[in-house]
Design a protein around this ligand. Sequence first.
Ligand code: K7E
Ligand code: CUA
Length: 632
Amino acid sequence: MKLHFKLALAAGVLVAIAGCMAAKGGSGASGDAAQKVYVKPGEHDKYYAFLSGGHHGNVYVYGMPSCRHITTIPVFTPEPAVGYGVDEESKAMLGGYTWGDAHHPGLSETDGDYDGRWLFINDMPNARIARIDLSDFKTRQIFGPIPNLSAAHACPFPTPNTEYVFAASRFSVPVPNREVKIADYATTFRGIVAGVKVDPKDGTMSLGFEILMPPFDWDLADAGKGPSHGWEFFTCYNSEMAHDSLEVKASQNEMDYFAAVDWRAAQKAVDEGKATMINGAPVLDPAKVPGIVYLVPVPKSPHGVDVNPTGEYICCSGKLQAEVSVYSFAKFQKAVEAKAFEGDRFGVPVLKFADVLEAKVPVGLGPLHTQFDDKGNAYTSLFLDSQIAKWKVGPPWGVVDKIDVYYSIGHLMASEGDTRHPTGEYVVALDKLSKDRYLNVGPTHPEAAQLIDLRGPKMQLLYDFPTYLEPHYAQMIRAEKVKPFTVYPLEQNSKPFAIKRAEDARVERKGNRVDVYMLAVRTHFSPDNIVVHEGDDVYFHVTNLEQDDDIAHGFGISWSSCNMQIEPGETKTMHWKAGKPGINPFYCSNFCSALHQEMQGYIEIRPKGAPVASLQRPKPELTAAVAAEIGH
Ligand code: K7E
Ligand code: CUA
């Protein structure tokens, strides 16, 4: 999110920004930094880092500490090289959308630690959550658009056993959405918090509950753990309920809030039938169902909310304040038990600031997000100061170190930093502006990320690496926890259109529909000559029979947008519409072998009504060659 202008206007700190920019420059790194990021050729990194792709709609995978970009996982956006959004399965998963704005990767957890099973990530504008399976680094489910909810920014932030992922609305809308006046915002618009259940066996997401919230802009979230397990916390801005000129009007109140949601109580209320169905979602109204959500005042337009590794403290950063407000979960519970409320907003009880606050830590200007290490320290990003402040969690609560970053840091990611056991080795600054740090590539600058060593008494800048647009948040997991397989075992391929024997390769037609059961193996497609009618709907079901590492085949068709990659052992289906009578070539688009260039074929398109066999088989010599290649 572009906070720059909003903050400058609202806080009147333009001078502060200009001043701090002018003071920057120089490398910041020194001494033994190069050795600390060096991973010898052929050796592997210690951590996987998953960086959100922002409005690129995907996930970038980096190795740490080398900061090498290893791959990009397509999630919400079509990707032509592998045919994501082109083959029938992934096309259906994208649901007609061709973009997403992905902000927050959320690794699955067991007992509050990353378990390496799945990675969840939000698409804010379209209110969707994707699940990437880390057994093959593929997007396997896109859940949503979640009904009634607009712009899932506080999302997905999994709970300690991945019981739930969450989505909260950044932009309130009428619930249910209908024809209303924008001017009726405060009476008609509502926020929504959605609890999305995750199946513990296979990760499948389904809607658990929705809670009707005040029409504020729900911003970020984090799950409780340890003593605060069972709760999810959400910050908001715009408790003023402005619907225009937000950069001024939404910064009037001294206090906004964080909301604390008791997700077990919410689920129980739904199971007991206390919800109203709206657009197919069970919606709970806190005015009618007490005990599921509370509000706690937070100074000055908070952004990040982060629970410390022990689960005792909730750290909120007021963007327009130079402090992190640290709340005690124990005090929160006490205040709830005592019903010490100072009124309510839309039926949600409001607790007293002083009752729940534990400490105020004066970190510096523009605090946004906080991460943690294994030694009881917190690290808060300072957008306006372009710094990270390291501070002690617990008395005597105070800043112990600061480091400059280049420039205007948003999120930061510590190694296993959202878990109960951060490793305290690294933090990566995810900077919003790179300005002069890289070769000039024109007006669109790359994003800037910086690796910082946390192991010494002082933070040490090790390395700068540019990224493509536009990581917001990221997570870093120990590499040994992630064990993806490198080929799909052919015997486990149960796709309905898969074929595994040379003699099963064929073309079948029924009416205008043509099904091509095709095999790909070095270095042939079988069949490689196909006859269709103009206008036919042709479905290519391509099975890659390889079982060797790194032997993917491509299948691309000339004069079309049809291309896909088929990995070893995999079957994919792609639709192609036959054009005018003539000849249309296809080929293997993914380099696979010495004779890759020979891996090609032709489609013969005949006029409507011309004779075309309803069953076509490849020439016997091709079938024999494929059989020889695969052993049967
Ligand atoms: Cu850029 Cu988490 Cu969307 Cu903060 S978010 S900076
Ligand atoms: Cu198969 Cu290139």
